[in-house]
Design a protein around this ligand. Sequence first.
Ligand code: GLU
Length: 279
Amino acid sequence: MALVTRFAPSPTGPLHLGHAYAALVAHDMARAADGRFLLRIEDIDRARCRPEWEAAIFEDLGWLGLAWGLPVWHQSTRLPAYTSALNRLISLGLCYPCRCSRSDIRLALSAPQQAGPDGPTYPGTCRARPMLEASATDAIRLDLARALAFLGPRPRRFSETGPAHAGLHAASEEWLLTTCGDIVLSRRNMGTSYHLAVVVDDAAQRVSHVTRGEDLFEATHIHRLLQALLELPTPVYHHHRLIRDDRGQRLAKRDDARALARYRAEGASPADIRRLIGL
Ligand code: GLU
């Protein structure tokens, strides 16, 4: 089976050195194995995505010398696939509609919490609401305890090849319940969520190796759980280091100073970029 990797940016700002690193890791892994490298535009958040940022992604990656398999998938055109995955989870009786705002959730939590891979663990305020009550302005959440009971002892391990955690990983039920909780499957007015869309698309695109930053390592336990529930194959994961600024902070979209376009305008070459990020 051919090795397939992907780079999956959201067009919400300029690509910076961290994105270049993520794209090059995915690209180089596919090239070394004579596999395929895909580019997927993760544009489900229509309010934050802009066509000019998407155009800049193509320009930056082309300048870096990357070539990707066609067609390029856009998550904004994939809503029917996410809806059908969501409907499957709904028909299993594992979902409920949630009308809580972020501040409702903050207020309902008795103590401030460290955010897990889906934000602060949801306190369960709406858990008893039936799906029949769902309206377009509700989010849809997974009832995690019910999902775990449904899965029973089915395996939820994933194989990791990244340098920091190489090996097989499985999250305990307790960790999932306390750190992830009832994750959002469909955001208000969006029809899906990052977790659901990424799991559905990685399977539909037959991605065999998911490479991404180690900040998403915990989220992979959520993705593995969704794969088990939806009976989708589990890729191999490779979480790579993050590119940090001089103060050790990971780069964010607002770090225009590290934007690839800026380096390019200042005369840097793609080889300089590889050198800068230690490739
Ligand atoms: N769009 C996501 C990001 O840019 C992709 C993460 C992933 O690789 O799953 O963080």
